[in-house]
Design a protein around this ligand. Structure first.
Ligand SMILES: NC(=O)C1=CN([C@@H]2O[C@H](COP(=O)(O)OP(=O)(O)OC[C@H]3O[C@@H](n4cnc5c(N)ncnc54)[C@H](OP(=O)(O)O)[C@@H]3O)[C@@H](O)[C@H]2O)C=CC1
Ligand SMILES: O=C(CO)COP(=O)(O)O
Length: 335
């Protein structure tokens, strides 16, 4: 552990929170890892491994699991939130009384707030209006690969360039490269929309529709992601980067993606609840499809693939019919 490096609190000992905590600790930061489930943290403390989410990956000494939120929060120089989107607001509300408004908060959560459809920086501004230093990290980053130390790149977008650089430096290593950005909206939307599109790609593959259909879904999905994001003032290059296209390709094509696996199960005829239970981890796209649809509706932006995913998930539209409806839409120019 290097005393000259900032200590970091990581909230959420699921697969992604644990993988990011490992990366930071391997870079010799002192890292405190908290989870809503105190029993889970006690198991981690004893085993020095997160058996539930990342079995067989040993914790370095610098990574300490801690069940007391206040202890983790008050010992940290900056804060990394990695809880699922449905727990985001409530965690910030708890942090409000524990850390000063000069603290920096970064999140790695991908999704929108469930009931309001708000982007997470909007939730941040609402809950902690006096905190001006915040950031979001996102990109093509499967937790297990990061935990194994395999080469990975991601983007950090922050309110202040110095904060983006500080966070990038904390993660940076022989195996890990982080690009900085000031486009918080673009990075957030890329991560939220790709989850829904990964469900779509999974459905198509589950139906046995093949490589042509998958490539078409990825490309037209990117067009949907772009349309919504540009309408909300994101930068087009962000969506062509790691947090957009990069993550879209990753999760639409590899079965490590839980969103893709949900789609595969639905395409193969499983019902939603059975498929979610079998995956047993966060499947953000299943929650945010509806919010993204609402956001698109308010913005007057067409997102037909996301719309069909929403109808399959919540309205019982048969997946095969959903794809047929997509293909038989009125002919139009590509751009
Ligand atoms: N896994 C990955 O490869 C990546 C994930 N992400 C994003 O990271 C976020 C977290 O996902 P991930 O770690 O994968 O999910 P997991 O399902 O692996 O873990 C989720 C963790 O959050 C805890 N949790 C559940 N509900 C709440 C709540 N209401 N408040 C606080 N904590 C809660 C869970 O506790 P319990 O076990 O008790 O349910 C669990 O420890 C998601 O937004 C995801 O999209 C981003 C990039 C990569
Ligand atoms: O966001 C991820 C990789 O970048 C993880 O994707 P899933 O949540 O679909 O597993």
């Amino acid at each position: 552990m290097r005393a000259d490096l900032p200590s970091i609190a990581v909230y959420g000992a699921g697969s992604w929170g644990t993988a990011l905590a490992l990366q930071l600790a391997r870079n010799e930061h002192a890292v405190g890892l908290w989870d809503i489930d105190a029993e889970h943290i006690r198991h981690i403390q004893q085993a020095r491994v997160n058996h539930r989410y990342l079995p067989n990956i040993a914790f370095p000494d610098q990574l300490q699991a801690e069940p007391e939120l206040a202890r983790v929060a008050q010992q940290a120089h900056w804060h990394l939130v990695v809880v699922p989107s449905h727990g985001f607001r409530s965690l910030l509300l708890q942090l409000k009384d524990l850390i000063p408004n000069t603290a920096s908060i970064c999140w790695a959560t991908k999704g929108l707030e469930l009931n309001t459809g708000k982007l997470l920086h909007e939730v941040m501004n609402e809950v902690l209006p006096d905190f001006s230093q915040y950031a979001v990290v996102s990109g093509p980053t499967f937790a297990l690969e990061v935990a194994k130390g395999l080469p990975t790149a991601m983007t950090v977008a922050a309110t202040h360039p110095a904060l983006a650089q500080q966070i990038a430096a904390a993660f940076h290593g022989k195996n890990y490269r982080v690009y900085t950005s000031d486009d918080i909206v673009g990075v957030e939307l890329g991560g939220a929309v790709k989850n829904v599109l990964a469900i779509a790609a999974g459905i198509s593959d589950g139906l046995g529709f093949g490589a042509n259909a998958r490539a078409a879904l990825i490309t037209r999905g990117l067009a949907e992601m772009m349309r919504l994001s540009l309408h909300l003032q994101a930068k087009p290059e962000t969506l062509m980067g790691l947090a957009g296209l990069g993550d879209l390709v990753l999760t639409c094509t590899d079965d490590q993606s839980r969103n893709r696996r949900l789609g595969l199960a639905l395409g193969q005829g499983q019902d939603l609840q059975t498929a979610l239970a079998a995956i047993g981890q966060a499947v953000e796209g299943a929650k945010s499809a509806h919010s993204i649809g609402k956001l698109a509706e308010r913005a007057g932006v067409e997102m037909p693939i996301c719309q069909q995913v929403t109808r399959i998930l919540y309205e019982g539209l048969p997946p095969r019919q959903a794809v047929q409806e997509l293909i038989s839409r009125d002919l139009k120019a590509e751009f």
